[in-house]
Design a protein around this ligand. Structure first.
Ligand code: C2E
Ligand code: MG
Ligand code: MG
Ligand code: MG
Length: 281
């Protein structure tokens, strides 16, 4: 595909576009440098059991501390990393770091599942299984303490080979989670052949959730279908007690969101949750 597609594809001079382009080129070169220097950290956000509110796992979320711009959100640089292919070395770093952290918690007697976000581009790597295997072996972590969060779009982009790729990952012993469910165009029916363990309901549905809303009906249906397919259902973006209670009533197994915990650096997570994590272990 021509570069023009990515950068807007217009021929007339447009100062805003030119400025955006200059910013993007700058960000890309900064990102390249940051990948070389591994200038990233992982924050971790707890997922809790809907009934007991005990931690059941954590999600690793990448953070980039940019020298001039401060914290750049993954929403801004992950798409750029995907576009440029930098997501491959970056994704390897995330995988290795998250596996090492999961192993450290395991050794400390807190066997917490660490879920890693994996993008479409990573899923398309022919040697993905080897890369995952090497991250598992180098860290020594139990594979069932690692989850991969994949979106339906990433799986469907993969076409026919998705089933093989996901099978290969499952055969390594890691958990597969379907992230942001409900925002794509697929249905659970089209995903029934994949060995997915966890369904994460997108926060879009959680946001306006009221007992009588259409969203509540959708969420109830999704949970029931997920359960029928032997999946654990987790809701993301839970911000209020009312949402947590309703989701639990609707049958959700796990909850994640600012109401319970924000994504925090590992030291903070240990401070915030150590007693509860130990009780859960
Ligand atoms: P995601 O995987 O769906 O992660 C959830 C996002 O929602 C995170 O944003 C998290 O901080 C935010 N969040 C959690 N609880 C709440 C809540 O109660 N309310 C609201 N409003 N937001 C909440 P974040 O960390 O900015 O990450 C954004 C996206 O960037 C992630 O969405 C994921 O798609 C991507 N991402 C993050 N880390 C990685 C990574 O290591 N690799 C890849 N490939 N993608 C990543
Ligand atoms: Mg996620
Ligand atoms: Mg999500
Ligand atoms: Mg999301």
């Amino acid at each position: 595909r021509a570069k023009e597609d990515h950068y807007g594809g217009t021929r007339r001079f447009d100062p805003i576009l030119a400025q955006n382009l200059a910013q993007k080129v700058q960000l890309e070169s900064d990102l390249r440098q940051a990948v070389e220097q591994q200038a990233f950290t992982l924050h971790y956000q707890v997922k809790v059991d809907a009934r007991t509110h005990q931690p059941i796992g954590v999600e690793a979320l990448i953070r980039w501390q940019h020298p001039e711009r401060g914290m750049v959100s993954p929403g801004e640089f992950i798409p750029l990393a995907e576009e440029t292919g930098l997501i491959l070395p970056l994704g390897d770093w995330v995988m290795q770091t998250a596996c090492q952290q999961a192993r450290a918690w395991e050794i400390a007697g807190l066997p917490l599942r660490v879920s890693i976000n994996v993008s479409a581009r990573q899923l398309l790597q022919p040697d993905l299984q080897k890369r995952v295997q090497s991250a598992l072996q180098q860290s020594g972590v139990r594979p069932d303490l690692i989850g991969f969060e994949l979106t339906e779009t990433a799986i469907l982009k993969h076409g026919k080979s998705a089933e093989r790729t996901l099978n290969a990952l499952k055969d390594l012993g890691i958990w597969l989670e379907l992230d942001d469910f409900g925002t794509g165009f697929s249905s659970l029916v089209s995903l029934r052949n994949y060995r997915i363990d966890v369904l994460k309901i997108d926060r879009l549905f959680v946001h306006n959730l009221k007992r009588t809303s259409n969203d509540a009906a959708i969420v109830r249906g999704v949970i029931e279908m997920g359960h029928a397919l032997n999946m654990t259902v987790v809701a993301e973006g839970v911000e209020t007690r009312a949402q947590a209670e309703l989701l639990t009533e609707l049958g959700c197994d796990g909850l994640q969101g600012f109401y319970f915990a924000r994504p925090v650096p590992v030291e903070q997570l240990c401070l915030d949750h150590a007693p509860r994590l130990r009780r859960a272990a």
